[in-house]
Ligand binder design. Sequence first.
Ligand SMILES: [Zn+2]
Ligand SMILES: [Zn+2]
Length: 294
Amino acid sequence: MTGLHVPEPRTVGVRARSAASTRRRNPIPTGVIAVVQYVDTHCHLDHHQDLSVAAQVERARAAGVTTMVTVGTDMASSTQAVATARRFDGVWAAVGVHPNDAMEATPSVLEVIERLAKEDVTVAVGETGLDRYRDHTTPQQQEASFRAHIELAKRHDRALVIHCRDAWPDCLAILEDQGPPERVVMHCFSGDVEVVERCARAGWFMSFAGNVTFHNAAPLREAAAAVPLGLLLTETDSPFLTPHPHRGKPNDPSYVSFALRTLAEVQGREPEDVAEAVLRNAQRAFAFPNVGAA
Ligand SMILES: [Zn+2]
Ligand SMILES: [Zn+2]
């Protein structure tokens, strides 16, 4: 599926079998070698201004990122996402029309999105949802497009990737009213603890991006601390939302470990354990064919 050499995931740490407290006191623990694999469940590989897709994939693999979902935001970028997923092992596609482009989600465009959703490299429909932070499109256009995407995900048994900004009550109400698909991922999660609890009750995955590392993101970290480990996911939303301490530079999937480390910290767990859980969760959320089989 790709001409690229697939390296073994890099050994990124040494794992001690000793107690967590010992590990914390000793920054260079001795013990068994662990291979940590990271997952970037939401990136836009085709939007990067400086790095080619191949260069991003290579950097990601060198950093232990073995699985990526590249996300389309309109018809052209969704078509591109599928082509990119075909080219690179470990890269999968999500296809949809972003809420900020919801006026473009006409029946003929949705027909193309549906065709792309059926491709074997496509693991999700989206990103779709509601964005009240920007008003490029009306609430009615966003809602109609959101409902159409929910139906597509159900019809083709794909994960539904939701973008929700400043619209949690409406977003959850529409999802419940339309009837959610089996697998739902709240991408770039921005809700509070109450939203976490509601998503957890429904069994929806919550994916955190680089903004969870920002100095001013204490409320988001408080929400992240409340997410059950079995529903936690990591992403970069690259090339946007570059994590601390790289803010100001373009983001790419190789940086996904920064969000993961912050999540481990707020959850009081070892990064390796969170990485393992995220890998398992991503498999459940996206049902990647043959992930980790290489
Ligand atoms: Zn988004
Ligand atoms: Zn995105």
